[in-house]
Design a protein around this ligand. Structure first.
Ligand code: FES
Ligand code: FE2
Length: 397
């Protein structure tokens, strides 16, 4: 079957689904159909209309801490480079040489001055400018007026860093990032100011883990948004903070969703605790919020720590989850007096995320059933999931 025909059939399905998903109130609505979780053709549509069109997350700044640090990233087949330039700014480029299209970077590395293509040694500076073209005009002739270097720079991707998260908009067609993030920043302004955001420090010792899960990336988002599953999937967590201590969060306009708790307990060791955000009001210390910013990042904000849990889709049924942790100020993030506490906190979150794998992989397996095709929602407990499905369906069709 030709690609066009396949896409046409898929878009017909999606057209119908859009009506089922978007056109109904939650009590009558259905979830996204099985194709959205079980088809590579469908994933290639998502790549175009979601991952290239939206503000997509491809990593965190703390993974390239120094000038010249570079790492490749593969966004569903699109080769990219994340690079920290001489002004310490993070830049993202398409990972392809302007000459014969060789993929420039294969492994993370620390560059000295240039990014050199292994094929014919054309070299680019950290601004992506083509600066060297050895022997381009014949042996030992490195420049020629027949070739204008300035038209062969690397192609840069529109990039924005927020709370250390690297967002890119490959097609440069999404609204400006500051506008995009405004509703969430306004929501969180009661907890942290823009100044407080700068206090976030990545923990280098117990600040990162990743998990490979056998499911579609969307299941991780759906599961993160709801607290309905707490008693069964997280029995331990449920003992300290149960369903009734949680509330749902619906971002307006529909760009994020999630849940919050009224019963967050700060980790302590004796009378020691992590630094708090300085402007977080005392009467809100027990609140913590867990938000999925569509499409592919989930964040958790607490009075004393923050994490970024972002998704690297690998195929329709494989996803790599990355979790990076941050504390308030250098001592909490990296001081030796807090090492034990950081270790425990990271272990706690890893345990929670591992418990969720059962849920999200179970949904993936269920989607092979011919009698299920999106199912129904609890009108009370599943609102954030429903809103996410609406967001996906609206952007696809
Ligand atoms: S392909 Fe990169 S220098 Fe030739
Ligand atoms: Fe969970």
């Amino acid at each position: 079957m030709s690609e066009n025909l396949k896409n046409l059939q898929l878009s017909k399905i999606l057209d119908l689904e859009k009506i089922r998903v978007v056109g109904n109130p939650i009590e009558k609505a259905h979830g996204l159909p099985n194709e959205c979780y079980t088809s590579s053709d469908y994933l290639s549509i998502e790549r175009e209309r979601i991952f290239k069109d939206k503000w997509t997350v491809i990593g965190v700044g703390s993974s390239v801490p120094n000038v010249g640090d570079a790492q490749p990233y593969n966004l569903l087949g699109i080769p990219l480079i994340i690079l920290r330039d001489k002004e310490k700014k993070i830049r993202v480029f398409h990972n392809v040489c302007s000459h014969r299209g060789f993929k420039l970077l294969d492994e993370p590395c620390a560059l000295k001055n240039v990014l050199r293509c292994p094929y014919h040694s054309w070299s680019y500076d950290f601004d992506g400018k083509l600066v060297a073209t050895p022997h381009i005009g014949g042996l030992n002739v490195h420049e020629t007026e027949k070739f204008d270097k300035s038209s062969s720079n690397l192609k840069e991707v529109k990039t924005k860093i927020w709370m250390d998260i690297i967002f890119i908009n490959i097609n440069s067609n999404e609204l400006e990032f500051d506008e995009y993030i405004k509703p969430l920043e306004e929501r969180w302004s009661k907890f942290i100011s823009k100044e407080d955001q700068k206090l976030l420090k990545h923990s280098k010792d117990h600040g990162y883990f990743s998990l490979d899960v056998k499911c579609n990336w969307k299941f991780a988002i759906e599961n993160y948004c709801e607290s309905y599953h707490l008693p069964w999937i997280h029995p331990e967590l449920n003992k300290v903070s149960n369903i009734s201590d949680h509330y749902h969060i619906q971002g307006l306009p529909n760009r994020f969703a999630g849940q919050g708790t009224n019963k967050y307990d700060q980790p302590v060791k004796g009378n020691q605790s992590f630094n708090n955000f300085p402007n977080w009001p005392k009467d809100l210390f027990k609140k913590a919020e867990y938000i999925a910013l569509f499409p592919n990042v989930m964040i958790g904000l607490h009075v004393d720590h923050f994490y970024v849990f972002w998704l690297e889709p690998k195929s329709f049924s494989e996803t790599k989850e990355h979790l990076t942790m941050y504390y308030v100020g250098d001592d909490s993030a990296n001081g030796s007096e807090f090492t034990e506490m950081r270790k425990k906190n990271a272990e706690f979150w890893k345990e929670v995320m591992i418990e969720d794998i059962k849920a999200i992989e179970g949904m993936q397996e269920g989607r092979n059933s011919p009698v299920y095709n999106g199912g129904n929602f609890s009108p009370i407990m599943d609102n954030p999931t429903h809103e996410f499905h609406k967001w996906v369906a609206t952007n696809l069709v």
